[in-house]
Design a protein around this ligand. Structure first.
Ligand code: ATP
Ligand code: MG
Length: 201
């Protein structure tokens, strides 16, 4: 595949993401504080895990980029052309995000970072592009944390966060029979957080 022109580079905490016209390269950066050999092993295994979970999600019907290549600490994937959900968020999109997170949770996949920056609206579909913090775990607690992270990101970015949260919950319930258990846990996690905040005053 012809890469095309380099359009943008994102420098995150973990990775360097290079956006070309046709493909995206995600390269995990070395950490200086880790032993070089261990660092290389960790970067390779996290890269492989991320690529595997991106492909697995796609097979479950959750839109994600097609993985074109995995090489050491680098993933080459399809570039999704569209708008970051952050710029176009509405209730219908949040409901669809709820359905897609439900599909992941049903399969025991925890995304770890469901925020509007990691989602791209393209062709009327919501693409999940960042699985850098994703892992497999079928317990209620990490699923509750996953929802909590999303709800907090809504509060941080949108004035109508409450209706976006309600729409997400509707979508999540449609696709996941254990939704209520996880939603209850997410509320509990929020209360725990508030309790800790109060104690620190
Ligand atoms: N396949 C893709 N197509 C289009 N844009 C992408 C793609 N992958 C990533 N991006 C863009 O690049 C940005 C950074 O990518 P990503 O979120 O994967 O990196 P990160 O947040 O630095 O990673 P991590 O959370 O693993 O540290 C995304 O917010 C998104 O805008
Ligand atoms: Mg990201």
């Amino acid at each position: 595949m012809e890469y095309g022109k380099l359009l943008r580079v994102y420098l995150g905490g973990e990775a360097e993401v290079r956006i070309y016209e046709n493909v995206v390269e995600k390269i995990r950066k070395p950490k200086r504080y880790r032993h070089p050999k261990l660092d290389e092993t960790l970067r390779r295994s996290r890269t492989r895990t991320e690529a595997k979970l991106i492909s697995l999600a796609r097979r479950l019907g959750v839109p994600t980029p097609i993985i074109l290549d995995v090489e050491g600490d680098k993933i080459v994937m399809e570039r999704i052309r569209g708008e970051p959900v952050k710029n176009v968020m509405n209730e219908e999109i949040s409901r669809e995000i709820g359905r897609m997170v439900a599909k992941l949770h049903r399969a025991g996949i925890i995304h770890g970072d469901v925020t509007p920056m990691n989602l791209i609206l393209s062709d009327g579909k919501v693409y999940f592009v960042d699985f850098g913090l994703a892992f497999i775990d079928d317990r209620v607690e990490p699923k509750g944390v996953d929802l909590h992270v999303y709800f907090e990101s809504l509060k941080a970015s949108f004035e109508n966060w409450e209706s976006l949260k309600i729409a997400f919950i509707e979508g999540y319930r449609e696709e996941y029979e254990k939704a209520d258990e996880v939603l209850e846990r997410a509320e509990e996690i929020e209360l725990r957080g508030r309790y800790v905040e109060k104690r620190m005053l």
